[in-house]
Design a protein around this ligand. Structure first.
Ligand code: FES
Length: 218
């Protein structure tokens, strides 16, 4: 028989864990019912259920920014449909999500065609080019093009706490660089983690660094 002391301890533990339990949300993705914790994004929910949504500017350690739009999905809410970035949109009770609706596929295919002109060596883009059977792109080819997704900037600030990289300039002159130039020598030489997460490979190549891990020969 359980001693009084032990049963009290167990009750206390059960009570405290109850407080930390998050509310569950039920959503439907591609016809599959999924239960996730409140606060999850659609992308989180899909990944929990093993449903793949392509991403470029998402990183699990930093807040989503919704810049590349590759992760778009179509949601149905109150009888209306809408295209949203799944990496940033919260899972809501009763939400119906379609990751490959005709509208999503049309927009994503167009985006892939654009990115094919800008950074054709990215592994995700290469896979999607193959999926959509794209042979050529209608967009002007500019192989060394930064899409200003800000992944490196946010990673440096949020994960490394250094703020060594930032945006400078405006409009077509806007670019990512070390701020100030000396920041590179102060923080970066021993880190260089931003170089590994750049989806376009432009940031490392701008600094003559041959380190483009997303380039895939497959
Ligand atoms: Fe969601 Fe880029 S991964 S917008």
């Amino acid at each position: 028989m359980m001693s009084n002391k032990k049963s009290k301890t167990n009750l206390k533990t059960a009570g405290s864990s109850k407080n930390s339990i998050k509310k569950k949300i039920n959503i439907i993705i591609d016809g599959k019912s999924i239960q996730v914790e409140e606060g999850s994004t659609i992308l989180n929910a899909a990944s929990t259920a093993g449903i793949y949504i392509p991403t470029l500017c998402f990183h699990e350690k930093i807040k989503p920014h919704g810049a590349c739009r590759l992760c778009i999905v179509e949601i149905e809410k109150n009888g209306r449909t809408k295209i949203v970035a799944s990496c940033a949109y919260p899972a809501e009770e009763g939400l119906v999500v379609n990751t490959e609706s005709p509208k999503v596929e049309e927009i994503r295919k167009n985006l892939v065609e654009l990115y094919m002109a800008l950074f054709p060596y990215n592994a995700v883009i290469k896979r999607l080019v193959k999926k959509y059977g794209l042979k050529e792109t209608r967009y002007r080819k500019e192989n060394n093009y930064c899409i200003l997704c800000g992944l490196c900037v946010r990673y440096c600030a949020e994960v490394k706490g250094n703020n060594a990289i930032g945006f400078v300039g405006r409009g077509i002159n806007k670019k990512v660089t070390f701020i100030p130039d000396s920041a590179y020598f102060k923080y970066c030489e021993d880190c260089m983690e931003c170089m590994d997460i750049c989806p376009t490979g432009v940031f490392p190549s701008n600094f003559g660094i041959e380190r483009i891990p997303q380039v895939s020969s497959s």
